[in-house]
Ligand binder design. Structure first.
Ligand SMILES: Cc1ncc(COP(=O)(O)O)c(C=O)c1O
Length: 392
């Protein structure tokens, strides 16, 4: 079946934070109201019809009393992981949760004590830093290394960073914002080191279905082999099928002890009831959405290639880091010689709202993150603005 990802759907007036919000300190009106927002990670595409039908069917029932995650949702998640990623997990190891970021908070409460240390690998999705800090934990960094345009995890540096107070490492796989899809050897080495040091690996795999080119996502729990018990994985259909505000995810926790600690925190936070519309949507996405997802990936691949060749021709000083997964381009703007604040100011003046690299912590300086999950015509307008702003 073919899907029309070129359709431009008006999102203003829908309380979308992407289209109705305004950048910090700026009023959308002050830039003419024609701001193109290619910042936060949701897509400007309608979710698959099979998902919309499942939501409508559940809504038509008309009763929305307290609901637990049904076995059917957990089975759909388990079967998706097996089919799509070759990862067989036990149904018992799955814990339904209302979202990935809430699960990071739960994991911090479950696996660390106040004052203990959590490792992150910046530049990385900012809640990895903000959530531990907000919960009174220390964040220590093992910054990614960059060799030319290729990012890597530095295990020798990680070994030096971990000490006897370190309990948890939060991994982003695939990595937002640098776009790496980690290889089996990289993941296996990371888990081996963390396991030897008594550090649990919390693997956020929300972007796992958004893989470009010939790359393949390997679940950390699969790469870990015999050490799979040391890994807690967070998965969700919400990023892949554009259901972010439906807040629905699952934690895969093979080790009964870790699972017990995590589940108790879920209960303490009263997060063990779930939204029936979200469950219906996620189950339908996993069971019937694969054809739409393949169409989406082909479209995103086209957008990515279009963006790379456009910028190469029109703004050679801007370097797009080769992207293996996610729909978030990590663009090195440092050769413009402009400070971050000035880059952002010029972009906004042209009517383009991207994410400023420093938001992602160490190593983010000089970068902008651009979300290209939008119709090609929108992307083309955005790129023209980017070029006008930074390569006049
Ligand atoms: C790496 C990563 N984890 C989690 C999330 C958000 O997860 P949720 O909406 O389920 O809290 C995002 C959204 O951009 C993300 O990029």
């Amino acid at each position: 079946m073919t899907y029309n990802f070129d359709e431009i759907i008006e999102r203003r007036g829908t309380d979308s934070i992407k289209w109705n919000g305004s950048p910090r300190g700026v009023k959308a009106a002050s830039i003419g109201g024609d701001l193109l927002p290619l910042w936060v990670a949701d897509m400007d595409f309608r979710s698959p019809q099979v998902v919309l039908d499942a939501i409508a069917k559940r809504a038509a029932h008309g009763l929305f009393g307290y609901t637990v995650a049904p076995a059917a949702y957990l089975a759909a998640t388990r079967e998706w992981l097996a089919r799509r990623h070759g990862w067989e997990v036990e149904t018992d190891s799955l814990v339904p949760v209302p979202g990935v970021v809430p699960s990071i908070q739960i994991a911090i409460e479950a696996f660390t004590h106040p004052g203990e240390k959590v490792v992150i690998q910046p530049p990385v999705y900012h809640p990895f830093r903000l959530v531990p800090i907000a919960n009174g934990r220390q964040v220590v960094e093992n910054p990614l290394t960059r060799d030319g345009t290729r990012y890597a995890m530095d295990l020798a540096q990680l070994e030096r960073v971990i000490d006897s107070d370190t309990r948890l490492l939060i991994l982003c796989s695939p990595h937002n914002p640098v776009g790496r899809v980690w290889r089996t050897e990289e993941l296996a080495g990371l888990v081996e080191l963390c396991a030897a040091k008594g550090v649990v690996v919390l693997s956020d795999e929300i972007h796992c279905d958004l893989i470009l080119g010939g790359n393949r996502h390997v679940p950390t729990g699969l790469a870990a082999g015999d050490l799979a018990d040391r890994v807690v994985t967070l998965v969700s259909a919400t990023k892949s099928f554009n259901l972010s505000s439906l807040s629905c995810a699952a934690a895969v926790i093979p080790d009964p002890l870790l699972r017990g600690r995590f589940t108790r925190q879920v209960e303490r936070a009263a997060l063990n009831h779930h939204n029936p519309l979200s469950l219906a949507a996620s189950e339908a996405a996993y069971r019937q959405g694969v054809d739409w997802l393949e169409g989406l990936l082909a479209y995103l691949g086209g957008n990515y290639r279009f963006m790379v060749s456009y910028l190469k021709e029109q703004a050679p000083a801007l370097e797009v880091i080769p992207l293996e997964g996610t729909y978030l381009a990590w663009i090195d703007c440092s050769r413009t010689g402009l400070p971050d604040a000035e880059i952002t100011k010029r972009l906004l003046a042209e009517g383009l709202w991207l994410e400023e690299g420093p938001k992602y912590g160490t190593g983010g300086e000089g970068f902008q993150r651009l979300n290209f999950a939008c119709p090609r015509a929108t992307l083309e307008r955005a790129l023209a603005r980017l070029v006008r702003a930074l390569a006049p």
